[in-house]
Design a protein around this ligand. Structure first.
Ligand SMILES: [Zn+2]
Length: 61
């Protein structure tokens, strides 16, 4: 199968073509570990930001 490489938007779980520009956010998962989260558009970054709240807490469902 010859599918283009894609990633999944962190917020809306939409498909992102990695060959196209897309916003990313770097978050600290550990003291020295940085995780890159892909987003399909800047609106998703803002909404995701809102959900994170001001504190860097663990994600609680
Ligand atoms: Zn999205």
């Amino acid at each position: 199968m010859d599918t283009p490489s894609t990633e999944t938007c962190t917020y809306c779980e939409g498909e992102i073509e990695t060959s196209e520009w897309h916003p990313v956010r770097a978050v600290r998962s550990d003291e020295d570990d940085v995780e890159i989260l892909p987003f399909c558009e800047s609106e998703c970054v803002e909404r995701w930001n809102d959900e994170q709240g001001p504190a860097e807490d663990d994600y609680v469902v």
